[in-house]
Design a binder for this molecule. Structure first.
Ligand code: BGC
Length: 387
């Protein structure tokens, strides 16, 4: 059981000192006086295998929605939202301890960088120079390499806002880290709002030309148990990017019409996932990038997810041009997650709003290059409701 710290940090916009006195803690479960803006509380969350201290922050809005984020990997550890009967349940997959997070390779809930998804053969050319990355998913580099941003400890501080508890996380990725050029200064701000949305806003700057693709890797299961085959998915995309057998895009933007990749009309994940289809075979299910029907940089709906058993509905909004929909095909019963749940095949699914995979090697994809003086910007918003 985690120990509560005595000096509870409770910060919210315009919060008066008087409200702080309304904050209390009990046994192993947190309890804070609520305010019109919600609360943030900080606790220790144990140590990494090499002894580094990890903190966890609990953000709660006045509806009782609660997000817990730890400094290791900037990871969303749990997210409790109501179902149609008002019962709160955790809708994200994860682990019970920091060492358990360190041992798994599924990227549960983590912030991903420097480059989300795969870069072919772990190399790319920028300004005439070839860069070699860590090949952690042979023959490719995946999610920034073996020691990507999911494996580092982020600095964190609650920041005042006028629209909900907010946690600013920062990380400085050194020039040459995992093979990427340029020192990248990254800020990821989590905010929980009163309309039951959890938002992550990424910004990043560099001191040398580089490539950047930052995203979040939360696995959703809106029922909090079982597989996600009956979850109903909508993806706002007329096209997707087919891949080769190593999951690198071929470069083609293929219309979804008449394929199992057409989620413009909400459809159960399991309805077509076993169809005989080369792309489904390569991904062992869905593990592809969709080309969103929206203007890049405009915050708009990328996808939605609905669980008919609980009535929970998730809308995913982003400013990014693409979304990777991954149906948890590499979950195989080897990881025991939170509360002893052994994660089996397709027990969770991810929507990763981002630039397209392998963009540094794909001239016809939107560019992921970032130059000194420019700012990388990506917003992801997870918006919950019931129906
Ligand atoms: C990728 C999968 C990969 C998974 C890691 C997803 O973003 O598309 O291919 O296995 O991350 O858990």
């Amino acid at each position: 059981m985690q120990q509560m710290i005595a000096n509870v940090t409770l910060l919210a916009a315009g919060l008066s000192a008087a409200l702080l006195t309304g904050c209390a803690s009990t046994g192993g479960s947190s309890c804070c006086g609520s305010t019109s803006e919600g609360t943030i509380m900080k606790e220790p969350f144990g140590k990494t295998l090499d002894g580094q201290a990890v903190d966890i922050y609990t953000l709660r809005n006045t509806n009782g929605v609660e997000a817990r984020i730890m400094t290791y990997g900037g990871t969303l550890v749990s997210l409790k939202v109501p179902d149609k009967s008002g019962n709160f349940g955790d809708v994200v997959l994860g682990c019970d301890s920091v060492p358990d997070y360190q041992k798994q390779t599924a990227y549960f809930g983590a912030l991903i960088g420097r480059y989300g998804n795969r870069i072919a053969k772990g190399q790319f050319v920028l300004d005439g120079k070839t860069y070699h990355l860590d090949i952690n998913n042979p023959p490719n580099s995946l999610h920034g390499g073996t020691n990507g941003y999911d494996k580092v400890i982020w600095a964190a501080k609650p920041v005042p806002t006028d629209s909900g508890p907010s946690l600013e996380m920062t990380y400085v990725s050194k020039d040459g880290e995992e093979g990427y050029p340029g020192t990248l200064k990254i800020k990821a701000v989590y905010k929980l709002t009163e309309d039951n949305s959890l938002r992550i806003e990424f910004t990043a700057t560099t001191d040398k030309d580089t490539v950047v693709n930052l995203t979040g890797h939360t696995y959703w299961n809106l029922a909090g148990k079982g597989n996600i085959l009956d979850h109903v998915v909508m993806i706002n995309a007329d096209k997707f990017t087919p891949v080769d057998e190593t999951l690198i895009p071929t470069g083609v933007l293929q219309p979804v019409d008449g394929t199992p990749f057409d989620f413009r009309t909400p459809t159960a994940v399991g309805a077509r996932i076993e169809q005989v289809n080369e792309q489904i075979k390569f991904g062992k299910g869905y593990d592809h990038n969709w080309v969103l029907n929206k203007e890049t940089d405009k915050l708009d709906v990328a996808a939605s997810l609905y669980d008919p058993t609980t009535g929970r509905m998730l809308q995913v909004l982003t400013t990014s041009p693409g979304v990777q929909f991954y149906s948890g095909n590499f979950l195989d019963g080897t990881v025991t997650g939170k509360g002893g749940w052994v994660y089996q095949f397709r027990n969770g699914l991810c929507f990763e709003p981002q630039h397209f995979p392998d963009s540094p090697n794909q001239p016809n994809f939107p560019s992921t290059e970032l130059k000194p003086g420019e700012k990388h910007h990506n917003i992801i918003e997870y918006k919950f409701s019931v129906k």
